[in-house]
Design a protein around this ligand. Structure first.
Ligand SMILES: Nc1ncnc2c1ncn2[C@@H]1O[C@H](COP(=O)(O)OP(=O)(O)OP(=O)(O)O)[C@@H](O)[C@H]1O
Ligand SMILES: [Mg+2]
Length: 306
């Protein structure tokens, strides 16, 4: 580490030459340098975010964020409460469109295709870029129906009276999909004998894995997770963490977490947002946690503020 905890407030050790005066909240006022957020990696980016600004009414929640997210890996988003992590995450599949006061400027590309194209198909986008929220939100339906709802909506499986009348009842395909998705989400062993039970009867940790299974059932490419384990006990949390690492072999995972150890354990690269909605630093997770360039990032990681 360039500076140990409890070092002076000057940034001479970081060699940035930036002015760092400490504010009353304990956050220094250094200038963010562009090269701190230019993360280089092999291969094409899965998501490319350029000059992204988000406003809620007059509130400028996210400021000029540019970031490239590599495929089949885990990208952690960390930073103090209110710094814009959820806002950023929601921009990646246009979930902010649902918030009336939100205005998004800038560009997000998925495999080089503009997500904010006015002609973009939002149903298709959210199939490719799925989302798992902080609080598990299963539908008040059976475990099986929670999984098959999405694929049925997208027409991948046909069931019900109309489908049967037209000879397209895909009961077998449905059960295969339910089993595959629940296995992928490491939940199958716990629920395979009660697929018709109401999903709300599952524990919180099981409900969250069900939501992950539901997200996987439509074959996404990117999975956005907003603090998916924050409401769970340590055992359920570690199951989700193992799962996230496993998923990154086939999917691009972007995960918001307040838990530094979790970010350090499961992510390949980490983006640190700071108060005011700025991206302060983005790099390999080891680099961020062992020798960050930014004094404020170092202070945040070592618990001096936030
Ligand atoms: N729907 C909304 N309407 C108005 N303002 C919002 C809305 N959602 C977020 N904001 C504001 O935007 C800023 C960023 O919020 P956001 O929820 O993205 O932060 P966060 O980093 O996810 O915080 P936390 O760690 O507490 O979840 C905050 O100032 C917040 O008050
Ligand atoms: Mg949030």
């Amino acid at each position: 580490m360039s500076n140990a905890i409890g070092d002076t407030d000057t940034d001479t050790e970081t060699g940035t030459g930036a002015q760092t005066q400490t504010t009353t909240s304990g956050e220094s006022e250094e200038q963010i340098r562009e090269d701190w957020t230019e993360y280089r990696f092999d291969g094409p980016p899965k998501l490319t975010v350029e000059d992204l600004d988000v406003y809620y009414g007059d509130d400028h929640a996210l400021k000029d964020v540019s970031m490239e997210i590599p495929e089949n890996s885990v990208t952690a988003l960390i930073g103090p409460s209110g710094c814009g992590k959820s806002t950023f995450l929601r921009c990646l599949n246009r979930m902010n469109d649902r918030i009336k006061s939100a205005r998004v400027e800038g560009s997000v590309e998925l495999d080089g295709m503009e997500v904010y194209d006015p002609n973009a198909n939002l149903v298709e986008l959210r199939k490719r870029v799925g989302m798992v929220f902080q609080a598990p939100n299963p539908f008040p339906k059976s475990i099986r129906e929670n999984i098959s709802y999405g694929p049925r909506k997208h027409g991948d499986i046909n069931k019900g009276l109309l489908a049967r009348l037209f000879g397209r009842d895909d009961t077998e395909a449905e059960l295969e999909l339910v089993e595959r998705s629940l296995k992928q989400a490491a939940l199958w062993d716990e629920v395979n004998d009660r697929l018709e039970d109401n999903a709300l009867g599952l524990s919180g940790g099981q409900q969250q894995r069900l939501c992950i299974a539901r997200c996987l059932a439509v074959d996404p490419e990117v999975i956005l997770m907003d603090e998916p384990a924050s409401a769970l006990d340590p055992i359920a949390t570690s199951k989700i963490e193992d799962l996230v690492e496993e998923l990154a072999k086939d999917y691009t995972v972007v995960i918001v977490t307040h838990n530094m150890q979790q970010a350090a354990r499961i992510s390949d690269q980490t983006a640190v947002f700071l108060t005011g909605g700025e991206l302060a630093e983005y790099d390999d997770t080891d680099k961020i946690f062992e020798s960050p360039e930014s004094q404020r990032v170092e202070d945040y990681i070592t618990g001096k503020f936030g």
